[in-house]
Structure formats: C-alpha cells, structure tokens
Design a protein around this ligand. Structure first.
Ligand SMILES: Cc1cc2nc3c(=O)[nH]c(=O)nc-3n(C[C@H](O)[C@H](O)[C@H](O)COP(=O)(O)OP(=O)(O)OC[C@H]3O[C@@H](n4cnc5c(N)ncnc54)[C@H](O)[C@@H]3O)c2cc1C
Length: 625
C-alpha cells in the first residue's frame, strides 16, 4: 500500500498470497466485498478497451507511460468510501500493492506505476470530487480527487475574500498535494496547505475509516505533509480557509543577461525572504533567443509575483525594497486571488464567467516527459556561480530546461520544524525547482536529459543546503535514494539516507508512525511517557527538563550512552480478556519461538514451526526449583 517510504515493510505485510495470479480473484473479492453495488463498472483491467486511456488520463509525467513502464493489474475508480475499503481489503487479501492517485502529478509516477516488479492496483480518486464550503466558519471539506483549481473556484463562488493556501498549478490533486505539504501564492502569509488542514477522513491499512478524533495524534500529524501513499488513503480533508482581498496584484518582469539579469537575480536572493508576507516572490530562469540577435541565445529571468493588495500599494513597496527591478504600473494586473493562480502558473487570464480548466491542461512540466529536482538555499549564491550555471543552459539538452526560485520567509519562519512533517522552515532564503522536459520523439535519448539534470544538480552542491542536502517530498526524486524491495533487513537504515533529506529529524517520528500502523502497541520503549534520569553533570532530569531530543534518544537509543535512567513512567495498554498467556501465574515465563523448518510430513516442503517454551518457579520438597 505504501509504495514509497517503507516499501519493504509494507510489501512484506501485504504480499501474503502473491503466488496465486490475483486479477480474477481480486475482481471476485471486490464484487463480494462491495455490498453488491455495481463496482464492476468502476474497475478497468487490461481487457477493457478504455484501460489505457484511463491509466494515462491523469498521468502527468509521460516518462512513466511508455510500453516498458509496469502497469497495474486493475484500476479502480471508486464512487464511495466503501468501494475503497473493499479495494484495500481485496488487495491485501490477494497480495497486491495499492497505488493511490488523486491528480497524478507525482514527479516519479508513483501513483500509477511501480519502480518494483510487484503486482499492484491503482485506486484512482477521480470520482471523489465534492467540495463543501462553510463561509461562516471559514472551513471547507474537500475530497481528495478534487483539483486545486476546482477547490479555489468553489471557494471563490461562495466568497470573494476567502481562499486556501495551497499550490499554484491548477490540475494538482488535493490528495497527493496536501499529503506532502503544498506551497503556493499564500504560503508566506499562511503557511502550507498541510499546515491548514484541521481534520481528515483516512482509510488505514486495515480498511478502517478514521478521523482526527479516532486516529492517533501522531498519525494525524504524519498525514499532513509526511508524503503521499505512505500512511493510508485520505478520502477528504477539512480545511481552514484564510482571508484574501477581493483583488490582488500580479506582475511578470522579464530580464535577459543583456538587461542585467545576473545582478538582479543575485540581489533578489538577499531580499525576497524579507518582503512583506503579503508577497509571493519568484523567478523563473530559462534560455531564450536574444532580442538583439535571433541566432544568439541568452538567459532570461522572469520575476513573477503576487501581492495581496492593490497596484497603488505595490509600486511604492517595490520602489523601496527592490528599486533595481524598475517595476512600473503598466507591468501589473489586478484580478481575483483565484485567477492569480492561473496567471502565475500558466500566464492564463480567465474571466470569472469562464468555465473551469480541464484536468488535461498542459503546463511546462505536466503532460510531458520530464525530470525534476529540488533544493533549498540558505546563503546567497555568488554571482560567478550563476554565470557558471547559465553556461549549462546553453547545452543542447537544456532547450526546455528551467529553474524556479521561490522566496521563503514570512509565516514559514514562524512555524517550528517539528510542528508538521515538512521541516524546511526558518533559515531558508528560497527553494529551487529544477526541471528539464523533452518530446516523445526524444524519449529514446531520455538519459541525456536526465544526466544534464544530474550535472546541474552536482554543480549546485556547494551553494545549497548541506548535511542533509534537503529536498521537498512533493518534488519526489528517486535519485536521492530508494529501498530495494527485498532488502528488508536494512530498510530503515536505507530509508533514513533519503528520509532525512525530505524530513530532517521528523523522519524518525514518521518512521515510528509507519511502524505503529503495523503493530498494535509498538515496542516497550514506544510506551514510555516519562523518565527520571541522571545526566553526565549529575543533574536529575525528567521529560520536561531534559528536552525532546534526549527523551527521544533514551527510549531505544541504547543503554549506557546518555546517562543513568532511574525510573520510567509507562503507558499501560489493554489486552483482550480471552488471551491466556498474560494470565499465567507470575512464576511462569512463557514464550513462543517461530521459525521455518522442513516439514516432517512431506520431503522438500517447508513449514512454520511454533516452539512453546515455559519456565516456572515452584517449590519441590520445600526448596525453590
Ligand atoms: C505541473 C506540476 C506543478 C506543481 N506545482 C506545485 C506547486 O505549486 N506547489 C507544490 O507544493 N507542489 C507542486 N507540485 C508538486 C505536487 O504537489 C506533488 O506532485 C503532489 O504529490 C501532487 O499530488 P497529486 O494528487 O496531483 O499527485 P498523485 O500523483 O496522484 O499523488 C502523489 C502521491 O501522493 C499519493 N496520494 C495521492 N492521493 C492520495 C490520497 N488521497 N491519500 C494518500 N496518498 C495519496 C500518491 O500515491 C503518490 O504517492 C507540482 C507538480 C507538477 C507536476
């Protein structure tokens, strides 16, 4: 079910009967489990003529739609939560992995393909599209299959001064997007989309529907930014809506190298994070033909911003903060906040009466073959380094390459790294999204584009975050590490290598949440809620006075390393009344050892053996034995 983070653990748990070819059995199971509803009409197998078009319908990265890409045994397009529950149950029963798809924007195609040779089913939430806005309470319930354009449009229909702070690209699916964070035009004012989720309905690995109240606190924390496809299937999200003016201002000012682009970009780095929170500052870098000489190439920096205010307010602000850009009234447009998203992502101007964008709308890195990566910048990059970077854009492979810089600061500096799984907060000047795309006929040489991207990424190493080199989970990049499906022994150690890049220290908490999904109560150390502890300076500390990191370390970090634990406060757990081992007299220690052995009945066959061990203390002839 969780293809990405902890694929090994998951696949062990779910691939119980993978030996029987499951597609027919899966379909049979579905029809039995789905309360005799007409689920068959909602399932596409390779025998359906529309299988391929349904599969490709939301796939944004065509790199994963070629004939060599592993495809699902079936695509289920549920109408109701119980359809999903049935699909989850049947996948589990028949040893199939689940891929959940909402908008299909995963950079590595993980919502509709598999990097591993395992049978899988896609649960496509395209039919779960309701949005319910409560203007008085400034909240909305939105189903995961809704796109952000549909969400913004529905909010705008109900109120011109309410909005939701999520991503810019209109076709993003709410499901995957909020699962990984989600930043957009309002993130400097209000934080990420995931920071503004106040409840959710989740189907967990056991097929149960949970909400904030019924799920563990840590699980609710994890699903708000811990990465899509990992902790279950989010059916719907309850969002806190935020205030925006009825009209905002947008502008794009384009500068080439001949117009001083390098100096402007260099200057922007030091000021963008200090702009008022009401501003979304970005720069898109790409190669273009020079205006002066068509034969000559140059680099163009497009400074695009959205400002929560009027043109009259923006112009003096820019004159004060960034006079070098030379922004004038004529560069600016006023429009509603919902429209400003279309303008900043696609340069589309939509009048309020126009209908919604189609889900197949193409943008620079959607509905094309592409590779993308991300970085976070903490110190301004020196000018000569930019000059070195520009030269890479003149290489053949970079004809459609681009880099997007988005200024941080504002609200992002105020949210603690640990408050949500997304950890890239204070201390970042800006983030970089690198993309390179190519056409179908060039896909035979896709490796040359991929290697261009990797060269640029290597070139940037000295100038971006280090130890770890941070990355954004929603800009999934399998280059920074994956787990091999059969390498269960070292899955955690391996996952940590790339896990800390996406989540920094939050990775440990996410790993525990994930582990907890498969265990009822976790390890003993997981159930320690306080401790009395003597540290190296001889101080007696408790949970409050030792701090979260030390408290985290003493619960499983190894004895004799951090100090002396005097006492533990434990969380006790209920056990069912009808199990017996815990009711044995306390003089008895009982255990079961499970191992694989050769069957004594049939030569060559293996079986599982449970060895029951009992050790007791009793008195014999007046003596302890
Ligand atoms: C063209 C383009 C523009 C983008 N613009 C932005 C932007 O402005 N801001 C930003 O922050 N990011 C942006 N992104 C990145 C985007 O946020 C992520 O790709 C996000 O995961 C997309 O969600 P999705 O539902 O569309 O994708 P999907 O491919 O459907 O899902 C992505 C991942 O989430 C899982 N998932 C999907 N639905 C659910 C669910 N209901 N419950 C649990 N897991 C689920 C999938 O299994 C997969 O692992 C952009 C990506 C593209 C391709």
């Amino acid at each position: 079910m969780f293809p990405f983070l902890f694929v090994v653990l998951l696949s062990l748990s779910w691939r119980i009967n993978a030996s029987a070819l499951p597609v027919q059995e899966f379909l049979h199971c579905l029809s039995l489990r789905s309360q005799n509803s007409s689920i068959a009409k909602l399932v596409y197998t390779q025998n359906n003529s529309s299988y391929s078009s349904v599969l490709k319908s939301a796939a944004q990265n065509f790199r994963f739609t070629t004939p060599s890409t592993p495809t699902p045994l079936a695509i289920v397009t549920p109408l109701h939560a119980f359809h999903i529950q049935a699909a989850v149950y049947c996948c589990r029963k028949h040893g199939l992995q689940v891929r959940t798809r909402s908008g299909g924007h995963d950079f590595e195609g993980l919502s509709y393909t598999s990097a591993y040779e395992v049978p899988f089913v896609v649960i496509d939430l395209v039919n779960l599209r309701s949005v319910r806005v409560n203007v008085e309470k400034a909240t909305a319930w939105v189903e995961s299959g809704v796109t952000v354009d549909e969400l913004y449009d529905e909010i705008a229909r109900k109120s011109k001064t309410l909005a939701f702070p999520a991503g810019i690209c209109p076709t993003l699916g709410v499901g995957g997007h909020l699962s990984g964070g989600g930043y957009g035009l309002l993130f400097r004012k209000y934080g990420l989309g995931a920071d503004n989720v106040i409840d959710a309905r989740l189907i967990d690995v056991k097929g149960r529907i949970l909400d904030k109240k019924s799920m563990e606190e840590d699980l609710f924390w994890a699903i708000r930014g811990g990465g899509g496809g990992t902790f279950g299937i989010v059916l719907a999200w309850k969002l806190k809506l935020v205030a925006v003016p009825a009209n905002v201002t947008v502008f794009t000012v384009r500068k080439t190298l001949e117009q001083n682009a390098t100096k402007l970009v260099h200057r922007w780095q030091s000021i963008a994070h200090k702009f008022p929170k009401e501003m979304y500052p970005s720069i898109a870098i790409a190669r273009v033909n020079s205006n002066e000489d068509e034969e000559k190439m140059t680099i163009q920096a497009s400074f695009t911003s959205m400002f929560l205010g009027s043109i009259e307010e923006l112009i003096p602000l820019m004159e004060e903060k960034f006079p070098e850009l030379g922004l004038v009234k004529e560069d600016c447009l006023e429009m509603s906040w919902a429209e400003s998203n279309l303008y900043t992502s696609l340069y589309i101007l939509r009048s309020p009466s126009e209908t919604l964008l189609n889900r197949n709308q193409k943008s620079s890195i959607s509905k094309t073959f592409f590779k993308a990566k991300s970085d976070f910048v903490k110190q301004p990059i020196p000018e000569p380094a930019f000059e070195g970077l520009w030269s890479k854009f003149y290489e053949d492979e970079a004809k459609s390459a681009s880099m997007l810089f988005v200024g941080f600061g504002g609200k992002m500096d105020e949210i603690l790294e640990t408050e949500y799984p997304y950890p890239h907060r204070a201390g970042n000047l800006y983030t970089i999204l690198y993309t390179v795309d190519w056409e179908e006929k060039e896909n035979i040489n896709s490796e040359k584009f991929m290697s261009w991207m990797r060269r640029v990424y290597n070139y940037m190493t000295p100038y971006v975050s280090q130890s770890p080199r941070e990355a954004y989970i929603n800009y999934r990049d399998l280059d920074i590490g994956t787990n091999k499906i059969n390498n269960s022994k070292r899955s955690y150690a391996k996952a940590r290598v790339w896990g800390v890049k996406y989540f920094k220290n939050n990775f440990n908490r996410l790993a525990k949440v994930f582990g907890g999904l498969f265990r009822k109560y976790g390890l003993a150390a997981d159930n320690v809620i306080d401790a009395r502890f003597i540290d190296v300076k001889g101080r007696v500390l408790d949970r409050k006075s030792m701090g979260e990191d030390l408290f985290w370390a003493i619960r499983g970090g190894g004895g004799g390393s951090f100090g002396i634990v005097l006492a533990w406060k434990l969380k006790l757990v209920p056990v069912p009344a009808n199990s017996i081992a815990h009711k044995f007299p306390k003089e008895i220690h009982s255990s079961i050892a499970i191992s694989r052995v050769n069957s004594s009945e049939e030569k060559g066959k293996m079986t599982i053996q449970a060895s029951y061990g009992i050790c007791g203390l009793w008195r014999e002839n007046g003596r302890d034995s």
